[in-house]
Design a protein around this ligand. Structure first.
Ligand code: AP5
Ligand code: MG
Length: 213
């Protein structure tokens, strides 16, 4: 099953994608996580991506598309994957469609997690991310068992650099301009499904599971 997660920054794409990946035994491929892992290792890609991420801007398509096209060709993605944070622009969606067409494949579902902007800003301040494995939590809505320590790997929890309120506002603007048009793109392709992302995390996952099953 090949799934795309759509939705604003903070809508819960990563939270839901991790659960989908686990339930269906497919890889969770997050471009944001790939850029952050590269930055942690100090690779040229990571350092370049940081210039854009810290400003709340999108990393250029030429740095992003090949990376994902290569990643989905890996053996662990043979039975499908859940893409989180890609595509994010029409050219990225077209590059993905082209790569899939060349292999006679297509996306099965594009799931749009809908959350209004006013809810997003409140959520981001409480988000904590694991510095080691990237798992995402929330101090109120999805707390760890031990404060400040990742449930999955024991890593230290940190605030993401781009979660400052002014950067979140910028990311929301970029989302509306460049990413929201993908909703029409995947609707036209007949694979768009919408879920109410303002519900609690478990309920959102139930709705997604019902769509996928
Ligand atoms: P990326 O890492 O993809 O960030 P994003 O899209 O801005 O989305 P987030 O990860 O912030 O939010 P999310 O929807 O995953 O929400 P989460 O589950 O964490 O990208 C970062 C940057 O990298 C971009 O700005 C860009 O610069 C660059 N980039 C990445 N991909 C790119 C691409 N394809 N092209 C170009 N540039 C790219 O949830 C948020 C919080 O809310 C958490 O604390 C969570 O616990 C909580 N929460 C989740 N669900 C609920 C719920 N139902 N109720 C209450 N709280 C909830
Ligand atoms: Mg995310």
């Amino acid at each position: 099953m090949k799934i795309i997660m759509l939705g604003a920054p903070g809508a819960g794409k990563g939270t839901q994608a991790a659960q989908i990946a686990e339930k269906f035994g497919i890889p969770h491929i997050s471009t944001g996580d790939i850029f952050r892992a590269n930055l942690k290792q100090g690779t040229p890609l990571g350092l370049k991506a940081k210039e854009y991420m810290d400003k709340g801007l999108l990393v250029p398509d030429d740095l992003t598309c090949d990376l994902v096209v290569d990643r989905i060709a890996q053996p662990d993605a043979a039975n499908g994957y859940v893409l989180d944070g890609f595509p994010r622009t029409i050219p990225q969606a077209e590059a993905l469609t082209k790569a899939l067409d060349a292999r006679g494949e297509k996306i099965d579902f594009a799931i749009d997690v809908e959350v209004p902007d006013e809810n997003i800003v409140n959520r981001m301040g409480g988000r904590r991310a694991c510095s080691k494995c990237g798992a995402t939590y929330h101090i109120v809505f999805n707390p760890t068992k031990v404060e400040g320590v990742c449930d999955a790997c024991g890593g230290e929890l940190i605030l993401r650099d781009d979660d400052k309120p002014e950067t979140v506002q910028k990311r929301l603007g970029v989302y509306h301009d460049q990413t929201q048009p993908l909703i029409d793109y995947y609707m036209a392709a007949g694979v768009l499904r919408e879920v109410d992302g303002t519900q609690e995390i478990g309920k959102v996952f139930e709705d997604i599971t019902a769509i996928l099953s």
